[in-house]
Design a binder for this molecule. Structure first.
Ligand SMILES: *Cc1c(COP(=O)(O)O)cnc(C)c1O
Length: 368
């Protein structure tokens, strides 16, 4: 791979294919895969990731917000796209751009049917979301009857799938709770199918659900983080490959004398002569101030260099005392060897947050 000459996020589309195939190897051959590509495909690039996954014949995509789906349609993506968290103001666009809404409340369901009727739709595919314990979005189990009655009153929509979301699929100590969620979902699905008279596809599992609950894969699974190379456990991290490498370069080296300070508000004070490197990446790029003051770190020539002082908008300073390095040398913030989840843990957060935070200012480079 080329050495970085500025800050770049390299995205390995081969690793994406590997992760996709690994997750598929956990499924029965006829179980469908929905790839979750919300938030710029977890901070990478939704269009390039969608193109690669469409090429790999993924069955479905999901985004969180309507506009994320519009971007994919504008780029020529033709695979069905589920919008997980639409608002009523989006419903015209959803139909115009062939997106498929998650309908999670009576208000949302009624309003979508109204818009679908107004636009003379018939059997427009929608996805009915049930709450089985996450308590975030979804109809309750005791609303099945109402939902089915409402759906039966209109030919404008059809329940293509019914789904729910697990609250703690990665937490082995919550196995009992997760099993309850699975059973609750099964009961909902059974009642729904009986009352509506057809069989929508069922889906429940995210990445950790795929790995930990093979009995709950149903007709389709929804994979996000696993595609990007994180398995929510040390064991599964070994089977997956992070697709993103965040690299930069040393802009300048300083030798800072004892009692001098570094950065805004003089947050770092040198106890002795310190060699520092200034790197062109800051909180506007997604390295938030939480990583400052020696919480976070980067790697230079395979040596760990802590971030000193406060993170600036467009740069960080790191301590490179004792590290053989010079201006122009490559800096690794994370890659396959120096995993982003380790950096995330240094700031008490998770891989999901650090990778989705890398801002669109950082240039994306795709490796086929
Ligand atoms: C984000 C999301 C997913 C993907 O979860 P991962 O843990 O990243 O695999 C699946 N389903 C829903 C409803 C989501 O919001």
């Amino acid at each position: 791979m080329p050495k970085a000459k500025e800050t770049v996020l390299e995205i390995d589309l081969g690793a994406l294919a590997q992760n996709f195939n690994y997750l598929k190897s956990k499924l029965k051959t006829d179980t469908k895969v929905l790839a979750v590509i919300k938030a710029f495909a977890y901070g990478s690039d939704s269009v390039e990731i969608a193109k690669q996954l469409q090429h790999l014949k993924v069955n479905y995509f999901a985004v969180a917000y309507t506009h994320e789906g519009v971007v994919l349609r504008n780029a020529g993506i033709t695979t069905p796209i589920l919008v997980l968290h639409p608002q009523t103001t989006n419903f015209d666009t959803i139909i115009d751009r062939c997106l498929e809404p998650s309908l999670y409340s009576t208000k949302i369901l009624n309003e979508f049917i109204q818009v679908a009727e107004k636009k003379n739709q018939s059997a427009y595919p929608v996805h009915i979301k049930f709450n089985t314990g996450l308590n975030r979005l979804g109809f309750w189990q005791n609303e099945v009857d109402d939902v089915v009655s409402k759906l039966k009153t209109s030919k404008s929509v059809i329940a293509k799938t019914i789904f729910s979301h697990l609250a703690a699929s990665e937490a082995i100590n919550e196995k009992k709770f997760t099993t309850q969620q699975i059973n609750c979902f099964k009961a909902i699905a059974k009642e729904f199918e009986t009352k509506i008279g057809y069989k929508p596809w069922l889906h429940l599992c995210n990445t950790s659900g795929v790995i930990n609950y093979p009995e709950a894969h149903f007709d389709m699974v929804r994979c996000g983080i696993g595609l990007y190379g994180f398995g929510n456990s040390a064991q599964e991290d070994k089977n997956l490959k992070p697709i993103a490498t965040l690299k930069s370069i040393i802009s300048q080296i300083h030798n800072v004398d004892k009692n001098e300070t570094v950065g805004y508000n003089r947050a770092f004070k040198a106890n002795s002569l310190v060699k520092t490197a200034t790197i062109p990446i800051g909180h506007a790029d997604g390295i938030t101030r939480i990583y400052g003051n020696e919480k976070g770190f980067v790697y230079i020539n395979d040596k760990k260099a802590p971030i000193i002082g406060n993170v600036c908008m467009d740069m960080i300073m790191v301590n490179v005392t004792g590290i053989d390095c010079k201006e122009g040398d490559e800096v690794i913030i994370f890659n396959t060897k120096y995993n982003a989840s380790q950096l995330a843990e240094s700031a008490n957060t998770i891989s999901y947050e650090i990778i989705t935070s890398i801002s669109q200012r950082v240039r994306r480079l795709f490796i086929k």
